[in-house]
Write a protein that binds this ligand. Structure first.
Ligand SMILES: Cc1cc2nc3c(=O)[nH]c(=O)nc-3n(C[C@H](O)[C@H](O)[C@H](O)COP(=O)(O)OP(=O)(O)OC[C@H]3O[C@@H](n4cnc5c(N)ncnc54)[C@H](O)[C@@H]3O)c2cc1C
Ligand code: SF4
Ligand code: SF4
Ligand code: SF4
Length: 413
C-alpha cells in the first residue's frame, strides 16, 4: 500500500482539516501536539491508501489565487451591526444578503459547551444567528466536518457563503476540487492563529482571577469605541451573570497574539500572505484610513472611531455580491496600495521571533499562569505604556493620526 505522508515538517500544515474531510474511511483525526496546535493523524488500521487526503491538501497542491480587481473602504449603515463587528461590519452585511436569499453561511463562533468556549466553524441558516459569527476570534477555529456539510448544501443547490482564514478557504476549495456557481467565499486578512489550548487555559485563568466561569468572550468590544478592548461575561459561584471590560493589551494572551509570538509555526511562512487572494472577497481592518484620506470628514459616514473594513473584491462573483450589498453599506473606492501600507499580511507573513519558543515552553511546563508571570516580569515598559494609553481619549488619538496622515501626504507629494 502506498505510504501516505500528509506533512513531514510542521511548517507545511495549517491544520485546515481538508484531508480529514476528504478521507472516505474517516481514518484521519485532528490531534493536539505538545503546545496544543492541531495536526492530522492517520489511523493506520482504517487507511486504505487511496490518496484522497493528499489531493485535498493545500500544501501539496498549489491553490488558485487571483490579483484583487477592486478595493474599497466600507462600513455597514446600521450602527448596531458595526458595534458587534471587529471592523466595519462588511461580513454581516454580506451574510445578511445570502441568508435573506435562502442561503446558508459558515464561519467561526465561540460556542460554550462542556464548561468551555470552543472556537469552531458552524453553519447558520437564519439572519438571527449572524451575531454568533460576528467579531474576530483570535484563535484557530476548528473546521470539523463543515467542508463536507458545505458540499452537501451545494449539491442540494443551496447558496453557500463560506468564511474563514485564507488557509481555510484554500482548504475548502482544494477539498471541493471544482467550482460551484452558488459558492461565495470570504476570507479575512490574517496574521496568524494561536492554538485552542492556550486560549482556553487563558480563559480559565482569567475567570479564576475574576472569581467566576467565563461563558462568553469578545476580543474587540466597542462599547467604549474602537480598539483592542476585551469584554467577557462570567458567572460567579452564586450563579449571577457579570461582565468585565479590560484593555486587551494588558492580558498576556492578547498582547502576545498582537506581537505575533504565539502562532502556529506555519503562519510565519504563510503562503497566503501575499497580494493575490484565494477568496472571492477579502475583508480586513482599514486601520490607516484617516491617514490615507486626511481630508475625509467623519460626518461623511466612515469613521475609524467605530470601525472601517478594507475590502478587496477578487472575482466577478465577488463583485456581483458586493454591488448587491450597497444598499446596506457606506462604501468608497480605495486602492490596494493604500490598504496594504497598513496591512503587512497582504505582502508577507508575520515575522518569527524566538520568544515564541520561550513562551510556548513556559506554557507547557508552568501552564498559562507561567505565561502571565513571564509577561508581567519581562514587558513592564509595554504594560506601563498601555496603561497610560488607556487614559488618552480616543478622539485625541484619532486627531493625532489625521495630522500624521497630512504630514505623510505632504512628504509623498
Ligand atoms: C486570527 C485573525 C487574524 C486577523 N488578522 C488581521 C490582520 O492582520 N489584518 C486585518 O486587517 N484584519 C485581520 N483580521 C480580520 C479583522 O479582525 C476582521 O475580522 C475583519 O476586518 C472583518 O471584519 P468585519 O467587521 O467585516 O466582520 P466581523 O464580524 O468582525 O468578522 C466576522 C468574520 O470573521 C470570521 N472569523 C472570526 N474569527 C475567525 C477565526 N478565528 N478563524 C476564521 N474566521 C474567523 C467569521 O467567520 C466571520 O466571517 C484578523 C482576524 C482574525 C480572526
Ligand atoms: S489515504 Fe485515503 S483512507 Fe488513507 S487516510 Fe488518506 S484519504 Fe483516508
Ligand atoms: S489538508 Fe490541511 S490539515 Fe491536512 S495535512 Fe494538509 S494542511 Fe494539514
Ligand atoms: S497566517 Fe496563514 S496559515 Fe496562519 S492561520 Fe492565517 S491564513 Fe492560515
Amino acid at each position: 500500500m502506498k505510504k501516505i505522508v500528509l506533512y513531514s515538517d510542521k511548517k507545511d500544515c495549517c491544520g485546515c482539516g481538508a484531508c480529514m474531510n476528504a478521507c472516505p474511511q474517516s481514518a484521519i483525526k485532528m490531534c493536539e501536539d505538545e503546545h496544543g496546535f492541531v495536526y492530522p493523524v492517520i489511523v493506520d488500521d482504517l487507511c486504505i491508501g487511496c490518496g484522497a487526503c493528499e489531493k485535498a491538501c493545500v500544501y501539496q497542491n498549489s491553490p488558485d489565487v487571483h490579483p484583487p480587481l477592486h478595493a474599497y473602504a466600507a462600513a455597514a449603515r446600521d450602527n448596531g451591526v458595526i458595534t458587534k463587528s471587529a471592523s466595519g461590519g462588511a461580513f454581516a452585511v454580506i451574510a445578511d444578503k445570502v441568508l435573506s436569499g435562502g442561503g446558508v453561511v459558515y464561519g467561526c463562533a465561540l460556542v460554550f459547551e462542556d464548561s468551555h468556549l470552543e472556537p469552531r466553524h458552524i453553519r447558520i441558516d437564519s439572519v438571527e444567528d449572524i451575531p454568533m459569527l460576528q467579531g474576530s476570534k483570535y484563535v484557530q477555529s476548528e473546521i470539523g466536518g463543515t467542508y463536507k456539510k458545505a458540499k452537501q448544501d451545494l449539491t442540494e443547490g443551496k447558496s453557500v457563503l463560506f468564511t474563514g482564514t485564507p488557509c481555510q478557504i484554500a482548504g475548502l476549495k482544494q477539498y471541493l476540487k471544482k467550482e460551484y456557481d452558488k459558492l461565495l467565499t470570504v476570507e479575512i486578512i490574517c496574521h496568524g492563529v494561536p492554538g485552542k489550548r492556550l486560549f482556553q487555559e487563558f480563559l480559565e485563568y482569567y475567570g479564576e482571577k475574576l472569581g467566576g466561569k467565563i461563558t462568553a468572550f469578545y476580543f474587540r468590544d466597542k462599547s467604549k469605541g474602537q480598539g483592542m478592548v476585551s469584554r467577557c461575561v462570567y458567572q460567579d459561584p452564586a450563579g449571577s451573570k457579570k461582565e468585565s471590560i479590560k484593555n486587551g493589551n494588558l492580558l498576556a494572551y492578547i498582547f502576545f497574539f498582537l506581537k505575533s509570538y504565539t502562532y502556529r509555526i506555519n503562519c510565519y511562512s504563510c503562503p497566503f500572505a501575499r497580494p493575490e487572494r484565494v477568496a472571492d472577497i477579502t475583508l480586513g481592518d482599514y486601520w490607516g484610513f484617516h491617514e490615507e484620506y486626511p481630508q475625509y470628514h467623519e460626518s461623511q459616514g466612515l469613521s475609524n472611531g467605530r470601525g472601517i473594513s478594507c475590502v478587496l473584491v477578487n472575482s466577478e462573483k465577488g463583485k456581483q455580491m458586493w454591488d448587491t450589498c450597497q444598499d446596506q453599506l457606506i462604501s468608497m473606492p480605495s486602492e490596494f496600495e493604500k490598504i496594504a501600507r497598513h496591512n503587512d499580511q497582504l505582502r508577507k507573513p508575520s515575522k518569527y521571533d524566538q520568544k515564541r519558543e520561550t513562551i510556548l515552553h513556559i506554557f507547557d511546563t508552568e501552564g498559562y499562569a507561567g505565561v502571565e508571570r513571564f509577561f508581567k516580569a519581562h514587558f513592564k515598559k509595554d504594560i506601563a505604556k498601555q496603561t497610560l494609553a488607556s487614559m488618552v481619549p480616543k478622539d485625541l488619538k484619532r486627531r493625532v493620526k489625521k495630522l500624521i496622515g497630512r504630514l505623510y501626504q505632504w512628504k509623498r507629494s
